[in-house]
Design a protein. Structure first.
Length: 256
């Protein structure tokens, strides 16, 4: 028996398959009812069926959109949102855009088996990528390891808020998200970027730095943000991930 048939899905994800199937069944039934209503309406006169009573998109398009949302929620529940960097999220979203696979238990097992072994690597890759980008100095070390300092100055992370003060710059939102995602993962905290985003903007809007027990982010009028990783244990974990990532890549290249 293959591993894909024995992999047990978390209850909430397995339940989603049943919910999805019921939603699809109801959509198909609704389509049949609408067709019957349209047929009856034509007995009154041609085109008597109200336009708004019809599906605004083909049924297959609606089901595909339902599957996209189900896949995204399943991978969120599976913890991938916390370990995926912006690149991995984009690759996943792109894979769903054209023709998402049907949201079934068999497809879930196959896809989870594909992504589960990559979780640690994707997290490490995301961590290395974000910290290498934070300072121009790290661009020289794209193919070699580096050490993350306790204090970093990042350019263009903050913009002018409509309400006054500063806010997260729109074009750098993904970088801020990845940075905070890494910190939350390494400190075993549940990551809700919507909440984190609001807290950062609230502090910067009042002219104050955003601070928690682990990090301080201070926005300046020139767009720079001064990062202070206050927790030395966290900083050590970050640098351990960086070192292990480059050592693993070097070993992989040597084996090849």
């Amino acid at each position: 028996m293959s591993l894909s048939t024995t992999l047990r899905l978390p209850p909430t994800i397995a339940e989603m398959v049943g919910h999805r199937d019921r939603a699809v069944a109801h959509l198909r039934e609704a389509g049949r009812c609408i067709d019957q209503a349209a047929e009856a309406a034509t007995m009154i006169r041609e085109h008597a069926m109200p336009f708004g009573a019809r599906f605004q998109q083909p049924l297959d398009t609606l089901i595909a959109e339902l599957d996209r949302k189900a896949w995204r929620e399943a991978f969120r529940i599976g913890g991938f949102e916390v370990v995926w960097d912006a690149q991995a999220r984009k690759e996943f979203d792109d894979s769903l855009e054209k023709c998402p696979p049907e949201f079934t238990e068999a497809n879930l097992r196959d896809n989870l088996l594909e992504y589960l072994p990559q979780k640690d690597h994707l997290f490490a890759r995301g961590l290395v990528t974000i910290f290498r980008r934070l300072s121009g100095d790290y661009k020289r070390h794209a193919d070699a390891g580096f050490s993350v300092p306790q204090k970093i100055v990042v350019q263009r992370w903050s913009g002018i808020s409509f309400a006054g003060g500063r806010m997260i710059a729109y074009y750098y939102d993904d970088e801020v998200r990845d940075f905070m995602r890494v910190l939350y993962k390494l400190t075993d905290r549940e990551f809700d970027y919507g909440l984190v985003h609001s807290l950062i903007n609230a502090a910067w809007g009042d002219g104050e730095p955003f601070e928690d027990a682990y990090v301080s982010l201070k926005a300046h009028k020139n767009g720079n943000v001064h990062i202070h990783i206050k927790d030395r244990a966290l900083l050590a974990r970050i640098n351990t991930v960086v070192a292990d990532y480059y050592e693993g890549n070097a070993l992989g290249e040597a084996a090849a």
